[in-house]
Design a protein around this ligand. Structure first.
Ligand code: 13P
Length: 255
């Protein structure tokens, strides 16, 4: 089965509406609508999303995602943003369970599972982030951690739902550190994640689900990572803050 790679820019807490406008002007100059065979997504802070949607002006070659979503529909949840609100401002994707949310906001697999279910019910594509810390890797717990993140985070989903979502494997020790996992290590982790999906949801879901790599992806290492059979794109932080380097990573994944 051939899977369309997906390259997403996670801007994290960077890029207000004005800065995003400048980014998008530069990005348009890269003419990436011509770059086929790769899905492109930008994931701005909530307040920047309307400006991005307006600047895209209906151009569907760049999708829009949010960085988080509430596990509730509406009501007294101060500071939260619902799936309906994300749809209203033009999102098609939502990142859930990023390691920074797990680390700084105590998000657990069970809690993230509720968000994934809300996103799917609303028709948003979840980008579900998983990955081990250096401590866990060095203690030989890589597979145990990835297995529990996949099984608990996706618990209760149908095979069809799993087939349509995106998993982002982001080893925590590679995020923002300049230390990328080697292509061989990343491929091994991705193959393992796919095997866990296969056991839980069957061969069709495992063959269809896209698994992105994230963690210090840059133009210089993107092509090698994207050439791995189980790596279906990238979730890019720092290198996606500049239009030219984000564009170079997209080209590395395109045909
Ligand atoms: P960096 O690309 O800056 O390492 O960030 C990766 C990441 O966390 C994307 O979600």
């Amino acid at each position: 089965m051939s899977r369309t790679p997906i390259i997403a820019a996670n801007w994290k807490m960077n890029m207000g509406p004005k800065e995003a406008g400048a980014f998008l002007s530069a990005f348009k100059e890269e003419n990436l609508c011509e770059c086929k065979g790769v899905e492109k997504v930008v994931v701005p802070p909530f307040v920047t999303i309307p400006a991005v949607a307006e600047a895209l002006n209906g151009c569907s070659c760049l999708g829009i995602g949010a960085q988080d979503v509430s596990d509730h529909d509406n009501g007294a949840f101060t500071g939260e943003i619902s799936t309906a609100m994300l749809l209203e401002i033009g999102c098609q994707y939502v990142v859930v369970g990023h390691s920074e949310r797990r680390q700084y906001h105590g998000e657990t697999n069970a809690y993230i599972n509720k968000k994934i279910k809300k996103a799917l019910a609303a028709g948003l594509v979840p980008i579900y982030c998983i990955g081990e810390t250096l401590e866990q890797r060095e203690a030989g717990k890589l597979e145990e951690i990835l297995r529990s993140q996949v099984e608990e985070g996706l618990q209760g989903l149908t095979a069809e739902q799993v087939a349509g979502l995106v998993i982002a494997y982001e080893p925590v020790w590679a995020i923002g550190t300049g230390k990328t996992a080697s292509a061989a290590d990343a491929q091994a982790a991705h193959a393992f994640i796919r095997s866990v999906v296969e056991k839980a949801f069957g061969a069709d879901a495992a063959a269809a689900v896209r698994i992105q790599y994230g963690g210090s992806v840059k133009p210089a290492n993107a092509a090698e990572l994207m050439a791995c059979p189980d790596i279906d794109g990238a979730l890019v932080g720092g290198a996606a803050l500049k239009a030219d380097s984000f564009a170079a990573i997209i080209r590395a994944a395109g045909v």
